[in-house]
Design a protein around this ligand. Structure first.
Ligand code: MEV
Length: 439
């Protein structure tokens, strides 16, 4: 039976593990062994990981793979991807190769503006609040100078602050809605520090504003926080080629392009399909976001809100055939950083960024958007031609073999066997049984 504990975070790592294994595991020694198996033998690296979060007891590995041959605006990239799903890296690599021979990916960053808000309550005359805001705005910006100095010297900082009246939705509710340029930083700390300073200045100055009544002077700050919804922090990635250049095997370029566009159109209007379609895009995006030490939860939250911005959840990618040219593109908001956070701490993140030629945040936005577009291309290509299972099950074969602890010989043998047999869980189990029986 589990029990509660107080002061857990203050225990040493080994005491924490003792408590966990003795409380929750029938075989406490085996549980302890597994946890320790994943500790890094380099104590410094282990300590680094221990200190990323609270109560670390072990490390949780995910594979870091690479997808080579991505041509982006004429420059070649090998893209690092952290992901557990077996077919994702292979699909990315295939799509990269396909487009390498057809002009590669073209990308542009539309804007990098980020957003933060101070949410507050004011029960009084909105006109007086507007006058107060106009008067106090230079002070709001001035009081953050210590925070913004460095960012400004590099060309970033606060872009603007506007007062938003939201009293139609919630009586008394207003916002200071601020926009920021945070350059190569994801900027969460910078934005939140600015916002907290805005809130302090705003509240303080309201007390001194003569036109306010005593009640009006008492502005209630609810919270100050960046928004992960950054619809203006937008990047576009695109591939295009002559329709006839899409010809593969027996399928004509025209037939392929038309079916492909149909598949995208379905995801534009049908939310059940759009969610899966976008999930496939996020297979590529999350994998690069993770590999480069960025916050995939922020990216996910934003992307799906963006996909619903017109009132219905829809595809993030679009496709058309015009004058014999097939064009397939994505426009997606991505707030990414290549400095700060994990980027300077995690050795594998540093390595991933070096692999990407030390990108600026703008360059990383382009690489990540390409990874999403490539992933979607690969998925739709399979779905509209052979179906997805053929490729998926081939990739899944190794997982099934590992599950049954197949030896290297058995793996070799069965990989060969399934080159021309259909992979299914039962077929693999059966083939392994036969192989073992004949030994
Ligand atoms: C699987 O992880 C992703 C796909 O379902 C995406 C899609 O259907 O477009 C293959």
């Amino acid at each position: 039976m589990s029990k509660s504990i107080s002061g857990f975070s203050k225990l040493s790592k080994s005491k924490k593990i003792d408590w966990i294994v003795n409380t929750y595991f029938s075989n406490s020694e085996a549980a302890k062994r597994i946890l320790k198996q994943y500790w890094n033998t380099d104590e410094k690296i282990q300590q680094l990981h221990d200190e990323f979060i609270e109560n670390t007891i072990s490390n949780y590995y995910l594979p870091l793979g690479v997808a080579p041959n991505f041509s982006i605006n004429g420059k070649l990239y090998t893209i690092p991807m952290v992901i557990e799903e077996s077919s994702v890296v292979a699909a990315a690599s295939k799509a990269a190769k396909f487009w390498l021979d057809r002009g590669g990916f073209k990308t542009t960053v539309v804007s990098t503006t980020k957003i933060g808000q101070v949410h507050f309550m004011f029960h009084g005359d909105p006109n007086k609040l507007q006058t107060f805001f106009k008067q106090v705005k230079p002070k709001l910006i001035g009081d953050t100078k210590a925070i913004t100095k460095n960012m400004e010297s590099r060309g970033g900082g606060i872009i603007d602050i506007v007062l938003r009246n939201k009293t139609q939705e919630i009586p008394g509710y207003y916002q200071l809605h601020a926009s920021f340029e945070t350059l190569d930083a994801m900027g969460a700390n910078f934005i939140n520090s600015c916002l907290e300073q805005f809130a302090e200045t705003f509240k303080r100055e309201a007390l001194l504003f003569d036109s306010f009544s005593e009640d009006e002077k008492n502005i209630q700050i609810v919270m100050s926080i960046l928004s992960n919804y950054v619809p203006e922090c937008l990047v576009r990635a695109e591939v295009s080629c002559k329709v006839e250049d899409l010809q593969e095997g027996k399928v004509s370029g025209e037939a392929f392009a038309q079916k492909f566009v149909q598949a995208v159109n379905i995801a534009e209007i049908e939310p059940y399909r759009a969610v899966t379609h976008n999930k496939g895009i996020m297979n590529g995006i999350d994998a690069v976001v993770l590999a480069t030490g960025n916050d995939f939860r922020a990216i996910e939250a934003c992307v799906h809100a963006y996909a619903s911005r017109k009132g219905r959840y829809a595809s993030l990618t679009h496709a058309k055939i015009e004058n014999g040219i097939f064009t397939f593109w994505i426009e997606i908001p991505l707030a990414l950083g290549t400095v700060g956070g994990l980027t300077g701490l995690h050795p594998l993140v540093k390595l991933a960024l070096e692999l990407l030629h030390h990108p600026s945040a703008k360059e990383l936005m382009q690489v990540v958007a390409v990874a999403g577009l490539a992933q979607n291309f690969a998925a739709l290509r399979s779905l509209t031609t052979t179906g997805i299972q053929q490729g998926h099950m081939k990739m899944h074969l190794m997982n099934i073999l590992n599950q049954f602890e197949a030896s290297e010989d058995e793996k070799l043998n069965l990989t060969k066997h399934f080159e021309n047999h259909t992979v299914s869980h039962s077929a693999v189990v059966e083939a392994l049984k036969v192989l073992r029986a004949n030994k």
